[in-house]
Design a protein around this ligand. Structure first.
Ligand SMILES: Nc1ncnc2c1ncn2[C@@H]1O[C@H](COP(=O)(O)OP(=O)(O)OP(=O)(O)O)[C@@H](O)[C@H]1O
Length: 274
């Protein structure tokens, strides 16, 4: 088994509008097993396009104009993501890769209990599971994300925003994917809740061994949670280095500019124990 989980080579995406927008330009990036890679950069630099593009989640006018994305499955198989059919890709997305979107907590169905919504994931993707097995798996998930199994019968409006976002993380974790893509997963939450959830994501990846691609505008937050950070600018990765290096010894002029734009960075140590 290789150390690498996802290999992205010379990946490019263009939005075919007039004039065309080259949103991602020849990006090369390796995600290792169990690591958290942060994607940072100003709004519009291509973070979301890159993270969605490698999962083939983009819709027209987006066009992938070049590059390879290979997923090194823990079974030992190498999966060329570009070659998967629609149905294979759908299964792949839940089983191997899952996503937590910004504001995902508002995507919960308001008239169904969170237990039944979590159960649906198993109903669809693990049809061989019995009712009892499904129920047990849901309770376990709610315990893992510290919402508590007894919340099974709660409706979304009975939970705080932070709790609902944890439910979404539980859902993303349900099939034990090897990669989780998180797009501003805590942006809508207050700072303390954010920190708690980040700490938990960090612990869970140690426990379950998944890798994370974490997207946010919030560079100080990324410095705390990420093992490595990719700094993007105008569709390119201008610097990719361990979080400590980005913080202590940024090599690229643009990285220094970006760091300087966050007055919160006072040199204190972060609270998320990686
Ligand atoms: N549907 C679209 N049609 C045309 N251009 C688009 C489309 N979606 C995104 N773009 C352009 O592609 C570039 C990259 O956008 P993208 O959303 O990937 O950046 P981002 O870094 O994720 O920004 P944000 O942090 O604001 O989400 C931007 O110039 C954006 O205007």
């Amino acid at each position: 088994m290789t150390d690498s989980l996802l290999s992205v080579r010379d990946f490019s995406v263009v939005y075919d509008v007039d004039p065309p927008v080259r949103a991602v330009k020849d990006v090369t990036l390796d995600i290792k097993r169990g690591e958290i890679v942060g994607l940072a950069g100003e709004s519009g630099c291509g973070k979301t396009t890159l993270a969605y593009g490698v999962q083939r989640l983009l819709r027209p006018p987006a066009v992938i104009t070049g590059g390879d994305v290979v997923f090194h499955d823990k079974s030992g198989d190498d999966v060329d993501i570009n070659s998967l059919g629609v149905e294979e890709m759908r299964r792949f997305r839940w089983d191997k890769v899952s996503m937590v979107f910004q504001g995902a907590m508002n995507a919960l169905n308001p008239v169904a209990t969170i237990g039944s919504q979590l159960e649906d994931v198993f109903l669809v993707h693990r049809p061989e599971m019995s009712r009892v097995e499904r129920r047990n798996a849901v309770v376990e998930l709610l315990e893992i994300v510290k919402v508590g199994g007894q919340r099974l019968r709660s409706y979304p409006h009975e939970l705080s925003g932070g709790m609902r976002q944890r439910v979404m993380i539980a859902m993303a974790l349900a099939l034990r994917p090897q990669l989780m893509v998180m797009d501003e997963p805590t942006t809508a939450l207050d700072v303390l809740v954010q920190r708690e959830i980040l700490r938990q994501i960090s612990q869970l990846r140690h426990e379950f061994g998944f890798s994370v691609i974490f997207i946010t505008h919030d560079l100080p937050l990324l410095l705390e949670i990420s093992d490595r950070i990719a700094i993007m600018r105008e569709g390119e990765i201008v610097e990719l280095a361990p979080a400590e290096r980005i913080w202590n010894d940024p090599q690229h002029e643009y990285t220094r500019k970006l760091l300087a734009s966050f007055p919160r960075l006072t040199g204190e140590k972060g609270v998320v124990a990686r």
